[in-house]
Write a protein that binds this ligand. Structure first.
Ligand SMILES: [Zn+2]
Length: 299
C-alpha cells in the first residue's frame, strides 16, 4: 500500500495543477517553535492556503448551500483516488499541512461520526504505516462535518510522536483490558490507548467514548483522535474537547487570532493562515488556547 501511495502522490503532483502548486508552495511555508516549558515545545506553521479550512463556515446553513467537496461527483477532473476496502477513497489533500497529506472520505455522503469506525481507523494506520491517521469531530476542526472522512499525514511532523516516548504517562484506568494512559504536564489533556490486539482496542475506545459528555444538540462527544502504528502496536491518542474555537477567534482587530484547533494543532503544530497571528503566538497565548478548548474529564 505504501508504495502505491508514493506513486499516487507523484502522479497527482504532476497531473493536478492545484496539488502540484500547493505542495511546491509548502516548501516555502514558515515554521518556528515556541517552548511552553523546558520539556514541551509547540511548532507554529504560517500557511496562507489553510485559510479555507481555518475559517470554514461549518454551520448548517452554510453546509447546505455549498457543493460537498468530498463527494466523488464533485471532485476536480484532475483529481484521482485509490480505494481502501469497499467504503473509502484515498485522496491527495490539495491544501497540505504535511509534506504528504491525505484525505480519506467514505464514498457515501454521510455525517462525520466516529462511532463504529475505530476498527477502520486502526486498519488504515496499519496499511499506511508511514502516516498518522487522524479524525476531527464535526465541531472540532472538520471542514466537512456532513461527509465522513479521516485524514493522514506523514510521520515525523508532529511533536506528539516523540512526546509520547519521552513524557511521563500515568495509568488512569483500564478499559476492556487496555490501560488508559494520560500524558502528564502536557498543557492539553491527551489520553492514550496502546496495544496490539485490534478488537480489544476497539472495545476499549468504545468504552472510553461512552464516558465523555455529549451536549444535547450533538450526536457525539467533542474529540480529536490520532492513531499511529509503531512496531506491532497501535497508539490511539484522544483529545477530549469542550470548545470548537477559542475566544480569540471571534475578537476583532488586534486581539483576533485566526486559529481553529484540530488534531494537528493538538498534536503540537499550530496552523495559522495569517502572518500577524504567526508572529503574535507565544507561550502564554498557546497555553490559554489549549486550556479553553480541551477538557480533563477525569475518567
Ligand atoms: Zn459529500
Amino acid at each position: 500500500m505504501q508504495e502505491k501511495i508514493d506513486g499516487f502522490f507523484e502522479q497527482q503532483l504532476y497531473g493536478w495543477d492545484l496539488a502540484g502548486k500547493n505542495y511546491a508552495g509548502l516548501q516555502k511555508v514558515h515554521k518556528r517553535y515556541v517552548a511552553l516549558d523546558d520539556e514541551v515545545s509547540i511548532g507554529i506553521q504560517f500557511n496562507p492556503e489553510r485559510i479555507y479550512s481555518s475559517a470554514a463556515k461549518v454551520d448548517d446553513k452554510s453546509i447546505r448551500e455549498r457543493k460537498c467537496f468530498l463527494c466523488q461527483e464533485n471532485l476536480p477532473v484532475q483529481q484521482r483516488w485509490l480505494e481502501f476496502g469497499e467504503e473509502y477513497l484515498i485522496l491527495v489533500n490539495p491544501f497540505p499541512i504535511f509534506p504528504r497529506h491525505l484525505t480519506i472520505p467514505v464514498k457515501e455522503h454521510t455525517d462525520q461520526r466516529i462511532a463504529g469506525r475505530m476498527g477502520d481507523m486502526l486498519d488504515l494506520a496499519c496499511e499506511l504505516d508511514d502516516f498518522i491517521v487522524f479524525y476531527n469531530g464535526p465541531k472540532c476542526g472538520a471542514s466537512a462535518p456532513d461527509h465522513f472522512h479521516f485524514q493522514a499525514g506523514n510521520k515525523g511532523f508532529m511533536p506528539l510522536e516523540n512526546d509520547f516516548e519521552k513524557f511521563v504517562k500515568t495509568v488512569v484506568d483500564t478499559i476492556n483490558g487496555v490501560e488508559l494512559l494520560q500524558l502528564e504536564n502536557y498543557y492539553r489533556t491527551c489520553l492514550v490507548l496502546e496495544g496490539a490486539d485490534r478488537d480489544a482496542l476497539v472495545g476499549s475506545f468504545n468504552g472510553l467514548l461512552d464516558r465523555f459528555p455529549v451536549s444535547p444538540d450533538e450526536d457525539e462527544p467533542m474529540l480529536n483522535i490520532l492513531v499511529s502504528r509503531n512496531a506491532d502496536k497501535w497508539r490511539i491518542f484522544v483529545f477530549p474537547r469542550k470548545l470548537h474555537r477559542p475566544s480569540q477567534y471571534f475578537k476583532e482587530g488586534e486581539e483576533r487570532i485566526l486559529l481553529s484547533p484540530a488534531s494537528v494543532d493538538l498534536g503540537g503544530v499550530l496552523i495559522t493562515p495569517r502572518e500577524e497571528d504567526y508572529n503574535k503566538l507565544d507561550a502564554r497565548i498557546i497555553k490559554d488556547i489549549f486550556e479553553q478548548v480541551t477538557i480533563n474529564p477525569q475518567p
